[in-house]
Design a protein around this ligand. Sequence first.
Ligand code: B3K
Ligand code: ZN
Length: 876
Amino acid sequence: PPVVRLADYRPSDYLIDRVELDVRLHPTETRVTATLALRPNPAGIPGAPLVLDGDDLVLLAISLDGGETAPGAVAVTPRALTLHQPPQRPFVLAIETKLDPTANTKLMGLYRSNGVYCTQCEADGFRRITYFLDRPDVLAVYTTRIEADRDEAPVLLGNGNPVESGSAGGNRHYAVWHDPHPKPAYLFALVGGRLGRVASRFTTMEGREVEIAVWVEPGKEGRAGYALDAVARSMAWDERAFGRAYDLDVFNVVAVSDFNMGAMENKGLNIFNDKYVLASPDTATDADYANIEAIIAHEYFHNWSGNRVTCRDWFQLCLKEGLTVFRDQEFSSDERSRPVHRIAEVRTLRARQFPEDAGPLAHPVRPQAYREINNFYTATVYEKGAEIVRMLRTLLGAEVFRRGMDRYFAACDGTAATVEDFLAAFTAESGRDLADFARWYAQAGTPTVAVEARHDGNAATYTLTFRQSLPAIATEATGGARPLPLVIPVALGLVAADGAAVEVRSDRVRDGVFVLDREEDSLVLAGLTTAPVPSLFRGFSAPVKVVQDLGDADRLVLLARDADPFNRWQAAQSLAMAVLTGRAAGRETGASGAALAGALAAFLEAGALADPAFAALVLALPSETEIAQEIGRDVDPDAIRAAREGLRAEIGTALAPRLDALRAALAEPAGTPFSPDAASAGRRALRNAALDLLAAADPARGAALAAAQVEEASNMTDRVAALAVLVPLTGETRERGFARFGAAYRDEPLVLDKWFALQATIPEPGTPERLRGLMRHEAFSLANPNRVRSLLGSFSLNNPTQFHRPDGAGYDLVAEVVLALDGTNPQVAARLLTAFGTWRMVEAGRRRQAERVLRSIAARPGLSPDVSDIAARSLG
Ligand code: B3K
Ligand code: ZN
């Protein structure tokens, strides 16, 4: 496919004001009649042909203004419908197409999931339903009539509000839905099927009575309550935090089992991967509950950031995604623990976005060119995009930021906007020129900030010199040119050796923030007769790597006493990282290992029970992926694993008595009802972190403790945590534990996904064979994206020693599945292939294997655009 460039954007030559859709559902021959009210766009080229997008469509009939079209006036292929000389005044085109939802394995457009008709239109799926101007800057008002067999699809849902429903003769019935808010086609949705429902009501701050419903497979209603409650909390929060009220009379959420990603924000009718809706104490973990809450919120918040204000073109994707991730992160921080959530956000960023930004798939938060837009729903667009919004708030202050958001919503409501429109609102509100700040959107790569400190006792000054550097990544906008300095907010504080806070005296630090906006800058802090310990980038105030020559002693002060919880956690991570990278490189750092264990012991003594969730994070060592990232080149995953396991055992041994005491103190009295709230989840997290370290210290005892917990746990969180502890403990106990778990949940696909995912992380040479066996398990299916992600996604992302095996067997396995999937579901295949994005970082032998496999994929004839794009860029 040709390259699409941001620089080539042109408004559409025609606009569509109203759409009437008549969809007659049938498993294999669904018929769609689209009646489109069109007119020439004053901003377009007069007299241009009208080219409607299509994908896999069969045209049955077409009429223009109610009559036949002239011979030769229309050209039709499955991919486009062209009207050569459209009227240069408003006109109506009626188009009838037919399609086969059952044969739709791509899960884009209209398809069936477990017999339920559903749709997915973002980014370009609507053109698989009817010929259309399938671009986000064409906004229309939709009325949808859905007709189906009453038995097959008693429930019929559409966008907007229900208008009427009734019998359509025989066993057929219909429902009509009208959405008064103009929207782009990618927000269209419909659902038809047998579904159970839980519902509640919400009164908006504007006095609108809204009916909220969550629809699930009949029989699973008991697992939908948490999601339903999360919708109501999201509605209340968006009113409080952003002054945004819901704008329809109904809000429907539907859970389906076959879904390419997490969920979709269709107007008034969010469609979800059931993994992010269904939860009960026996089937879902605390992490599942947290994800459900976050994703329900995310999709709901899109109602304003994405739907009411949408994107002019797909290059502006971060305008809705980065902003909406920021909003859902704020929501979770308010509903749960802000510091704990911040650490979780940063861990995700470092585990997913930093590697992406450091490899061949790196791209700016606002890309400048793409071949396949569905490959740009990335950690960079979402997570780094959210960090940019957060930096904007840090730079402007919460109040000005909120006023800027209000202005943005007011100015852009009902339009398809750009990043420039977004920034203009903040410029208008703050009077600040944000042109330099905007470079964050255009330049790829993670910046490094090196910091040097100098204390001058005579002058009583403490000078921090910051130097930023950006990897030179050629992009369309920057070409090969050297990247320009970014505007980097450095939130900072000072701590005395005894832990007391030290006043920061400089007029260049406002509200605790110093702004680094040139390549190098020095901040002189006055009134300091003794050298303080600097606490920099508090709360992770910018998505950068920090290089700082801080000694162990200083890090220990920060871990014990910093007022900023994020930096306390970061201090422990940095201490551990130094030991881990040293050992992975063969440098003995035994003393530092002991020092870290001692510091963690002191940390636990000082009161881990005050905030168990935080303590669990402090005890967790950096992941193998993060260590690899830190090393950066010629990475040997086996050496990293050995170093990490060694340090885990050392810490477990040193802390054993304390960890046992913690486990006892945190044990729940028998019969305590399960609650997914953050405090209860935190206690479980710390108790399971203790078990994990104890098992590292004494594998035999650990296996026994974990096996007992798998059997006896009263909730899925504890059961899965124990199963995870068994993963590296080769032997009979582990195998029995997995076998019993697998048998117990044989009819619970979402629970089996956890079981698949954990087995995929077994760090042993037999794992690829084991996974081939699991792919033949009766519950496994390549047609279901959740199953594929559980088994193969987990393997490629969370099992570095086996994915990056020196013999290439890990790469071969993933490649095999990518190719097997490419013909049926290219989006999921392409996503799986992105795991190869780190291949240049590994040592030469593995690199050769990865390159061999990537080249063999790229050379395959008939690849989808999705997979060929990832393969080509990975090699490029
Ligand atoms: N907007 C959707 C993602 C669509 C992905 C299309 N390939 C979900 C979300 O980010 O909320
Ligand atoms: Zn989103």
